[in-house]
Every structure is written in C-alpha cells, then in structure tokens.
Design a binder for this molecule. Structure first.
Ligand SMILES: [Zn+2]
Length: 270
C-alpha cells in the first residue's frame, strides 16, 4: 500500500483548496469541493474494505451507488486543509442508493462532509449524465460574481451575454453559459435539486447573493472555469457604472466560435 499523502488526487485537492483560499474565494469555512475518484486508483492507497464509520446523507442518489468521493468537511476552513488534510477532508463511498456514506479515510476529528453534500452529489448525477468524464463539483464565493448578482439582471441569457462581452476568452471557456438560481436557503436538498437541474445545461451555476458552482473533468479545469467567469465579473464591476463605448459584438463572438471550434448556447447570440 502506498502512502496516501502522495496520492495525486490528495495532493491536487490540497493545492486547489489552498489556491482558492489565496484567491479570496473561501473566507472562513466558505466553499466546498467534491472529486469523484477512480476505485482502482484509491485501492493503491487505501484498504477500501475497511469502513471507519457510516454517515447518513439525507438524500437518495442511486446513480452514484458504490462511487467514491474525496470531499471537503463541514465547518472546515480551506486555509487549514494543507496543514491537516486528514481532518479537513474525507474519502467516502456512497451505498444504500446514496442514502449512506461509508467513511474510508479522513474527517479524523469525528467530522463529516460539507453541508452542501446534497447539491454536490445531485450535481454529479446531472453532469455525469451529460459527460461521463465529469469528476469535479466546486463551490466558492468569488467577490465579483457575487457583487454582480446585486446589480445585474438575473436572467440567464442576459447574465451570460454580459460575462461573454467582458473578456474575449469567455465564450471559448464557457460556451454553455452560466445558469442562475435566485436566492435560496443553502444546505438543503431543495437547493441541491435546483442546482442539479441547472447543471443539466451549463457547467456554471450562480447562487445569487451567495456564490457559484462549477463542474468539470478535473480540479484544474473546474478552477479555471470559475476563475475565468470571476475575471469577467471583475471587469463588469469595474465598468458597470461608466458609459460603455466599446463591446465584443455578436459577429465577433461568431468569429471566436469558428476559430476555437466551440458552439455558443443555442439562442444566446444573434
Ligand atoms: Zn457557500
């Protein structure tokens, strides 16, 4: 058995949470990440027949039966993950139709997974149906995206078009756009179901006055997705109060589609 401290999935998770904290996206215990692991890979580092304890999830997700996730802990601070990964992170396997999670490693102070576990697992189900390579769901509180939900129309097409217009690379990085939820109570199955529904058509879902959810095939890609949207929101917040003289036109967006072989969300460009 190899030492889990050297497992690439754990090293990458520690680097990502540390980096997100450094970006100011995860104040206090803000933010959470879940990473779908490959069972054969986990077996190199853990005896997966040894269950430390079983934790009820409070929801059902039969599509994820037997799947193993590395996930951040509830009440835990991203800034502390690098110093005590086994306290702040856990590896769990979903069983009993997703109603139970078997702890295989971590949460060594008796803790458990993030309170947003329902939103994460339901989002994994939705994204895996679209893309079997999707392994990551990431949530955080980037200041400019959050600020934008106070001053911009929350209509998804309008919100997406504004972000696309703020940096040339946006339409290339998230051609599927950004979906938007109104303010909802977090930590509930209801916001989990609503987020998953939105994840069927886009990899980014904004939680108004709260933060954002991103999904992708690995931690780097998902981080980059949120990073790009946040950069666009930052530009918007810098210029929203100024007279707009120039923009990226729809004709120019079509040129980007052709050059980078992407297809903008249906009906979002004229
Ligand atoms: Zn949050």
């Amino acid at each position: 058995m190899k030492a889990i401290e050297n497992a690439p999935f754990l090293v990458e998770m520690i680097r990502t949470t540390t980096n997100m904290y450094a970006h100011g996206w995860d104040e206090r215990n803000g933010g959470n990440i879940s990473l779908l692991l490959n069972e054969a890979e986990v077996k190199k580092y853990l005896d997966i027949t040894k269950v430390i304890r079983t934790i009820p999830t409070g929801f059902a997700a039969p599509e994820l039966e037997g799947k193993i996730f590395l996930v951040t802990g509830t009440g835990k601070y991203f800034k502390n993950v690098q110093y005590a990964p086994d306290v702040n992170l856990g590896i769990v396997r979903l069983t009993c139709g997703g109603t139970q999670a078997e702890l295989l490693w971590g949460f060594s102070d008796g803790g458990k997974f993030t309170s947003e576990f329902p939103a994460h697992m339901m989002s994994h189900v939705a994204r895996l149906a679209v893309d079997p390579e999707n392994r990551v769901v990431m949530h955080c509180h980037p200041a400019n995206l959050l600020a934008m939900t106070y001053v911009h129309d929350l209509d998804e097409k309008a919100f997406t078009r504004t972000l696309w217009q703020m940096c040339t690379e946006c339409i290339v990085v998230f051609p599927d756009g950004v979906n938007v939820l109104p303010w909802m109570l977090c930590g509930t199955n209801e916001i989990g179901e609503a987020t998953a529904k939105k994840m069927e058509t886009a990899r980014l879902v904004v939680w108004s006055q709260h933060g954002i959810y991103g999904a992708g095939k690995d931690l780097d890609e998902t981080f980059g997705l949120i990073e790009t949207a946040e950069k666009a929101a930052e530009i918007y917040m810098k210029i929203a109060h100024l007279p707009l003289v120039n923009t990226i036109t729809d004709d120019q967006m079509h040129l980007l589609e052709q050059r980078f072989n992407v297809k903008a969300r249906e009906g979002y460009l004229s």
